[in-house]
Design a protein around this ligand. Structure first.
Ligand code: HAM
Length: 430
């Protein structure tokens, strides 16, 4: 029976009032994306499995071990999206967005699914805010995408984030790098873990991501991609650094960043925090100039990032960043008897139509229990309706904080009276 009352491992429910914080943050992210020229895209939660195999890459942990893949009733293999880039790229091609001219700038909020070992900041269902830009080859585009992420963190007041950048070059310089890596790791053949022995043949770059202590120690001495960049890739990376310098964005060049997905070329970057424990990367991204061609489109440069929403929320909490107060009931109308309840229902409805957060009793409670409830939900004002109030047409509105009481006429427009009373109370509080 526990199965019926417990969410699956690695997933979590988001409940009010925490969901108000999510909405606040999502609003900031959406606004910043729009300021930077991005439009929202929404893609399906599942795609053809092959899309992820081709884009994320057959040799990655995500494709090899972590995908939620199943055969549907039509005998098709489908996969819950492990990330947002592949779906955005597929949609860009399907709807021929390139016909409208470049650059194409898209952003999204998505749930993602990876069968990983859950721990703080790492889940099997998680949420990403992501952006993708297609059709821009110049490093100014890389700088703008990084600046967007930076603007988001700055606007939220996040501190102590380090931006780490690297270039992993184009297929030509990477081939030379792969050879150098293969030679290096082959000389440590006997110490590598089983998985890395396989990687040594197929994709030695993935050994650089290995979490086994022995392999990661060996990886520390591995050759660096930056020493193998061709002239064009070096120039591109230098260009990015110049733009970031011009924007006053601080960064560290970290030649060990390779990223866990295969589609990347040239620029890769991560925003990393020390306040998140082992899962310190709150945002990761880069360029993927070969992806669109891999999916059957014309060669089209692309780049973007994914920002982990859960990690961002954890970071805001760890840094005690204050978010706006949660909205709460402005007026609770308590009532005694069925006639008064009907009037309370009508007034509540009238106020709600005017965007006032009003509530009345819906549980058949006693007056005392209704007042207790009003207290519990932090109602700003209360009003009691009984036979006397209905007869006289006058009720008393009580400010729950100052305990001040003001009369309100039930036969006149209540929302106007309420607005005037709350405005006067706000004036007094300054
Ligand atoms: P990624 O590095 O795999 O990149 O994920 C981006 C971010 O999602 C991470 O930095 C992290 O904050 C969050 N994240 C990843 N896995 C988990 C997890 N299991 N639990 C919680 N949070 C997680 C991508 O997904 C690329 N699509 C990013 C991109 C877009 N590159 C170019 N465009």
């Amino acid at each position: 029976m526990a199965l019926l009352t417990k969410a699956p491992k690695g997933t979590q429910d988001f409940l009010p009032p925490d969901t108000f914080d999510w909405q606040t943050i999502e609003k900031v992210l959406r606004e910043e994306a729009i300021i930077h020229g991005f439009g929202e895209i929404r893609t399906p939660v599942f795609e053809h499995t092959e899309l992820f195999q081709r884009s994320v890459g057959e040799t990655t942990d995500v494709v090899q071990k972590e995908m939620y893949t199943f055969t549907d009733k039509g005998d098709r293999s489908v996969t819950l999206r492990p990330e947002g880039t592949a779906g955005a790229a597929r949609a860009m091609l399907e709807h021929a967005l390139y016909n409208e001219g470049f650059p194409i700038r898209l952003f999204y909020f998505t749930s993602c699914y990876r069968y990983e070992k859950p721990q703080a900041g790492r889940y099997r269902e998680f949420h990403q805010f992501g952006v993708e830009m297609f059709g821009a080859q110049d490093p100014i585009a890389d700088a703008q995408v990084i600046c967007l992420a930076k603007s988001i963190f700055d606007r939220l007041g996040v501190k102590n984030l380090s931006l780490q950048i690297n270039s992993i070059g184009c297929p030509t310089c990477r081939a030379k790098f792969q050879d150098a890596l293969r030679t290096y790791f082959a000389s440590h053949h006997s110490q590598l873990c089983e998985t890395c022995l396989g990687r040594l043949e197929r994709n030695p770059r993935r050994i650089l991501d290995c979490k086994s202590p022995v392999c990661s120690e060996i990886a520390k001495g591995a050759p660096h991609i930056l020493d193998y960049l061709c002239d064009d890739c070096r120039e591109h990376f230098d260009g990015l650094k110049q733009y970031l310098d011009a924007a006053g964005v601080e960064y560290t060049v970290n030649p060990t960043i390779v990223r866990g997905l295969d589609y990347y070329t040239n620029t890769v970057f991560e925003f990393v925090s020390n306040d998140l424990g082992a899962q310190g990367t709150v945002c990761g991204g880069g360029r993927y100039n070969g992806l669109i061609e891999e999916l059957g489109g014309k060669p089209t440069p692309g780049l973007g990032f994914g920002l982990g929403m859960e990690r961002l929320m954890l970071l805001l909490k760890a840094q005690n960043i204050e978010l706006p107060a949660h909205p709460h009931c402005e007026l609770f109308i308590a009532s005694m008897g069925p006639k008064a309840l009907m009037r309370a229902f009508e007034i509540t409805r009238e106020l709600q139509k005017c965007s006032v957060m009003a509530e009345c009793d819906v549980c058949g409670r006693s007056l005392k229990a209704q007042m207790k409830y009003a207290d519990k939900i932090g109602a700003g004002y209360t009003m009691v309706l009984g036979d006397d109030e209905l007869e006289s047409g006058v009720a008393v509105l009580k400010n729950m904080k100052t305990k001040e009481q003001v009369k309100i006429r039930l036969d006149e427009d209540i929302s106007t009276q309420f607005a005037a009373i709350t405005a006067a109370a706000e004036d007094l509080s300054f």
